[in-house]
Design a protein around this ligand. Sequence first.
Ligand code: MRU
Length: 348
Amino acid sequence: MSENPVQPTRPIEWIPDQPPDLIPGKLRILDQTLLPNVYRTLATDNPETVYEAIRMLRVRGAPAIGIAAAMALVAAIQKETGSTGTLLELLHRTADRLAGSRPTAVNLFQALDRMRATARRHAGAEARIFKQTLAAEAIAIRDEDAAMCRAIGRFGADLLADAKTFMTHCNAGSLATAEFGTALAPFYTLHAANRSIHVYVDETRPLLQGARLTAWELQQAGIACTVICDNAAAHLMRRKSIDAVVVGADRIAANGDTANKIGTYGLALLAKAHNIPFYVCAPTTTLDMQCADGDAIPIEERDIQEITHGFGVNTVPTGVPAYNPAFDVTPADAITAIITERGVLHPM
Ligand code: MRU
């Protein structure tokens, strides 16, 4: 299937002050908490602002978090005037801080580890070269992610060539990656090949990444979509012909168990009950061979205000507790296949 020529949304950009020099520069982050009503970017060279942006989901989605963190490390060291030793120390300190922003998506830790390793390898370089090397590494992480997403789109579109009606959960699109997305990449590729498709988008409680972000992206791309409440999924699977469910991933354990946005596990079980194939799309940077299975994946628990006071409206009686896990784990045996940039994997 041919590549999508459309210029996709880029949720994070590195904007050099004086191109073509990469540094000094700033991160430009599209504030996803404001979508779909307001399109506003924030420009920063302060790693603490990036930490806050990740925590608050201004930038979110597994690969995008990793890219933002890598660029935040560049921002941290670029204006420091000390020796390479001082820069290395600052880089490690900043990486430790960013690692505490969100626990589930492994891409964050992957990107930080890669930046740390590059820094260690160049610890003998003069400060100017050290900074430039780290900046180039962060850009490489972004560019590689963009290329992986395109490849996922091609493999996914080949696999799903005969499917027309899809369901997806949360947002695993351009907004969650360097560009083009993972779960949405096959849709973009099919659409570019003039295939007529329709995507049912779970609204994705409590923060509505499906309704606010995925529907926005698909609308921008001209792909037909319909938003449904999360609890309408079973009804649709029974009454409408859903050809496939396609979702992203935050961390995939060695045995194929997959963490993704809360609600994904339930959707996988529903798909199984209705004999609908369930696909996970993810770059291999989302694989964590250190986690033997899904039980080893840390699950982020977020502020219960996201449930009790969603978007500023109090919907739960004061004093009643709430519980807000941000992710769940879908066991490998509920996954039909994992679509990566290297090809399609079938969990045993
Ligand atoms: O809490 P979020 O919005 O960061 O959760 C995002 C997801 O669960 C995505 O499906 C996942 O990160 C894959 S992004 C390509």
